[in-house]
Ligand binder design. Structure first.
Ligand code: FAD
Length: 378
């Protein structure tokens, strides 16, 4: 109904890639970390890192339905840390370069990112500023043809392996939203330090870093867009970030439910398979219904994006629903697995740990509610 043969061809290609190059490795990567340069190079060779980006820079120049297909297939990956690492690169750290970057930035950073020759990260959150983005303290002060950056960033996905960080910093102390710059910061410059690789509850195969910038001098041409407009550009970039969490959520939640149906169809208790208990069946049906609602909200957002409408309200609703639903399903399904669900050897325990993040990262549930309330006019 929504997809043609070209969409199916992309779906098949991503599915094969996930089945062959990703899922057989995720258990090992959970113990170590996803080797991003190796993985991204393979994806770049298949044209998977720039589905909607301009062909001039190596992208596919395809529309948002193809992007949706790509993101849906990543939802079948058996560890949330892998799609998160990929999405940081494709939907969080590079959209602003594509939309607002100079020709120089597109040639120097976007092109290699799309080819899989460079790994990117997005640096917004700081030790003292997460939800309150405008409260960030990292400074980028203009000095001749450079900006000198001092400060730190916390919880930065891909931070240990990135070749560049798309970094939001304060360019002056004036109050308001026009005192920020969004910069491309190459990680091989003097003054860039990975202070710590952080240990996490879930998403264990993804690397999460604390970064430190000590008098790091970045060329002024590494500023994305107009001086002072970094905050506004990042707010727009957040819409790509929040949208990209939706397809993977309804796909992986449905996979989790299918896995659970399979388990409780075989698991006997009180003389019958667990699935014969109506209370469990009804719970599963409630979640499947909510998953379908999230899917069709997502499809509606794609239609809005295709028509050029601002979908901030709907994306915020989707992100809120996705965060709540993914954890509810993982938690509820783990309960149906009983003690086996609590064991690290079962996939559901990983889903449970990984699913906890979505209500926190990329704009917590409470932040989404504030955005929606503002857009609803109260
Ligand atoms: C694994 C992981 C990966 C991440 N990757 C990245 C990354 O790559 N790049 C990056 O920049 N950041 C990243 N983050 C950071 C993430 O976006 C932040 O954690 C998130 O924005 C919340 O900020 P905070 O942790 O500082 O929480 P805080 O802002 O301290 O908030 C704490 C709690 O208070 C709630 N709260 C805040 N304000 C209000 C309010 N007004 N009303 C009611 N409740 C409120 C929040 O919703 C939250 O639940 C990552 C985080 C994690 C855990």
């Amino acid at each position: 109904m929504y997809f043609n043969e070209e969409h199916h061809a992309l779906r098949d290609m991503v599915k094969k890639f996930v089945d062959k190059e990703i899922n057989p490795n995720v258990d090992e990567w959970e113990e170590k970390t996803v080797p991003l340069h190796e993985l991204f190079k393979k994806m770049g060779n298949l044209g998977l890192l720039g589905i909607t980006y301009d062909q001039k820079y190596g992208g596919q120049g395809l529309d948002y339905w193809f992007d949706l297909v790509f993101l849906e297939e990543l939802g079948h990956i058996n560890a949330g840390g892998v799609p998160m690492a990929i999405a940081v690169h494709t939907h969080m750290a590079t959209p602003a370069i594509h939309e607002y970057g100079s020709e120089y930035l597109k040639e120097t950073y976007l092109k290699p990112a799309i080819a899989g020759d460079m790994v990117s990260a997005i640096g917004v959150t700081e030790p003292a500023a997460g939800s309150d983005v405008a409260g960030l303290k990292t400074k980028a002060i203009r000095d001749g043809n450079s900006y000198v950056i001092n400060g730190s960033k916390l919880f930065i996905t891909n931070g240990c392996q990135a070749d560049f960080v798309t970094l939001l910093a304060r360019t002056d102390d004036r109050p308001g939203f026009h005192s920020f710059g969004l910069f491309i910061v190459p990680t091989d410059l003097p003054g860039f330090v990975v202070s710590r690789k952080l240990d996490k509850l879930g998403m264990r195969c993804s690397d999460t870093a604390e970064l430190f910038f000590d008098d790091l001098r970045v060329p002024a041409e590494n500023l994305i867009g107009e001086a002072g407009e970094g905050f506004i550009i990042q707010m727009k970039q957040f819409q790509y970030e929040r949208f990209c969490t939706l397809p993977g959520t309804y796909i992986s939640a449905r996979d989790t439910i299918n896995m659970t149906i399979n388990y409780i169809s075989q698991r006997m208790a009180f003389g019958k398979p667990l699935i014969k208990n109506q209370v469990l069946r009804h719970r599963l049906v409630d979640w499947i219904t909510e998953i379908e609602c999230l899917k069709h909200l997502t499809y509606h957002i794609v239609r809005m994006k295709m028509e050029g409408f601002d979908a901030t309200r709907e994306i915020s609703m989707g992100k809120l629903l996705a965060g709540e639903l993914s954890f509810k399903v993982a938690n509820g399904c783990l309960q149906m697995f009983g003690g086996m669900g609590y064991m690290n050897e079962s996939l559901i325990s990983r889903n449970f740990r990984d699913s906890r993040l979505l209500s926190i990262g990329g704009g917590a549930d409470e932040v989404m509610k504030e955005v929606i309330a503002r857009l609803e006019g109260f």
